[in-house]
Design a protein around this ligand. Structure first.
Ligand code: ADP
Ligand code: MG
Ligand code: ZN
Length: 196
C-alpha cells in the first residue's frame, strides 16, 4: 500500500463509526508489520475495557495484545526507542496532546497507525480526531452497515439514555446508522422510540 523509505515516518488514521471495522483494520496492518519482523507496539486507553484489559478486541473478536495507558504522558514513556510501528486504538479517548506525540514519533521515523471514532453519538466531530485527520499522511474512512436500512453507516446511534459524551459499551448500547436513520439526541420517552 505504501512506498516504504528507510527512516521515514508517517501517520495513518483509520476512522469511522462503531462497528465499521476500525479495530479489524488496525490489527490487520499491525500483524503484517509483525510478519515483516518490524518492532510493533500497540496501545489503547484504559477507558475502553469492554472486552479485555490487555488486548484490542474487535466486534468480530479479532484481537491483539496491547498495553493499556491512562494518558498520553504514560504512552509517551512506554514507547520503545527502537519502535518501528506504533498502533493506537480508540485514540479519540486520549486528549489532544496525543496529536503532538504522534507528530513527534512520525518525525523520528515511526509509522504511527491510529484508529478512532470520527464522530460522537450526536454526530459531532470527536476531538482530537479532526486535528489528527488534518496532519495524517494516510486516511481510511471505514463505514458500517445501517441496522435500520442496510445503507452505508457513518454514525453511531446511542440506544441508552445518557447525556455524557463517553458511555463505553458495544452492541447493547450502540448501533450503526446511516445519516438518514441516525437520531442525534433521541430521548427514550417510550421504550419504542429507538425502534421506529
Ligand atoms: P470498530 O473498531 O470500528 O468498532 P470492529 O473492527 O470492532 O469495528 O468490528 C467490525 C465488525 O463488527 C464487522 O466485521 C462485523 O463482524 C461486526 N458488525 C456488527 N454490527 C455491524 C454493522 N452494523 N455493520 C458492520 N459490521 C458490523
Ligand atoms: Mg474498535
Ligand atoms: Zn439507514
Amino acid at each position: 500500500m505504501h512506498v516504504v523509505q528507510a527512516g521515514v515516518g508517517w501517520v495513518e488514521v483509520i476512522s469511522g463509526p462503531m462497528f465499521s471495522g476500525k479495530t479489524e483494520e488496525l490489527v490487520r496492518r499491525l500483524r503484517r508489520a509483525q510478519i515483516a519482523r518490524q518492532n510493533v507496539q500497540v496501545f489503547k486507553p484504559r477507558i475502553d475495557d469492554r472486552y479485555d484489559a490487555t488486548a484490542i478486541v474487535s466486534h468480530s473478536a479479532t484481537s491483539m495484545q496491547a498495553t493499556v495507558v491512562d494518558d498520553v504522558e504514560q504512552l509517551a514513556r512506554l514507547v520503545d526507542q527502537d519502535a518501528k510501528v506504533v498502533g493506537i486504538d480508540e485514540v479519540q479517548f486520549l486528549d489532544r496532546t496525543v496529536v503532538d506525540l504522534i507528530q513527534r514519533l512520525a518525525d523520528h521515523g515511526v509509522r504511527v497507525i491510529c484508529a478512532g471514532l470520527d464522530q460522537d453519538y450526536t454526530g459531532q466531530p470527536f476531538d482530537p480526531m479532526p486535528e489528527l485527520l488534518a496532519v495524517a499522511e494516510y486516511i481510511t474512512k471505514t463505514l458500517a452497515i445501517c441496522t435500520r436500512c442496510g445503507a452505508p453507516a457513518s454514525r453511531s446511534q446511542r440506544l441508552v439514555s445518557a447525556g455524557e459524551r463517553v458511555v463505553v459499551g458495544a452492541a447493547e448500547s450502540y448501533e450503526a446508522r446511516c445519516r438518514r436513520c441516525h437520531v442525534p439526541r433521541a430521548e427514550p420517552t417510550t421504550g419504542e422510540l429507538f425502534h421506529d
